[in-house]
Design a protein around this ligand. Sequence first.
Ligand code: HEC
Length: 156
Amino acid sequence: MMRASSYVAALAYLTLAAAVPLREAVGQGGNQAASSSTATPSLNFEFFKAKVQPVFLAKRPGHARCVVCHTVNNAPFHLVSLSPGSATWDEAQSRQNFELVQRVVVPGYEGSKLLTHPLAERAGGDPHHGGGQQFASQDDPEWSTLKAFVLGATLK
Ligand code: HEC
């Protein structure tokens, strides 16, 4: 027959064993990407500034530029207005954009709105985007840049 102290030890062990998976489950709660125990990637500001912002500024045939609509409309995706006479954002504005873009990015999650919304539906994108299907395929180099950012890419 077990002595009381053994019961306590056994109970403590069981509680501990149960607590670990519980903590992992809670950690994954807000993140649909974390299907395994691998660490969630973090978004890199330098990559965003150097590689992603140019995608928001670029003109694609048959489409308006992201910056044209997303500085003025009320969509969840919002960008800071360019300063008069400026073709790109300065450091402080880039920092703001980096914060703002996180409304439509779940780090590590390929289903993030930033990726699905401007992508053609037949390529796996959302059925409707007020700004059109700006990227015809997932092989598009600019779309690949957005995806790399979401997955935590850094500048080499
Ligand atoms: C012609 C204007 C226009 C352009 C250009 C445009 N968008 Fe949009 N976008 C919209 C509108 C309107 C909405 C809100 C309605 C909707 O969901 O389509 C929106 C919504 C979004 C959302 C938020 C979706 C959500 O539900 O959270 C994302 C992300 C987005 N756009 C990304 C982009 C990207 C990236 C580009 C450039 C490649 C771009 N958009 C270009 C008009 C535009």
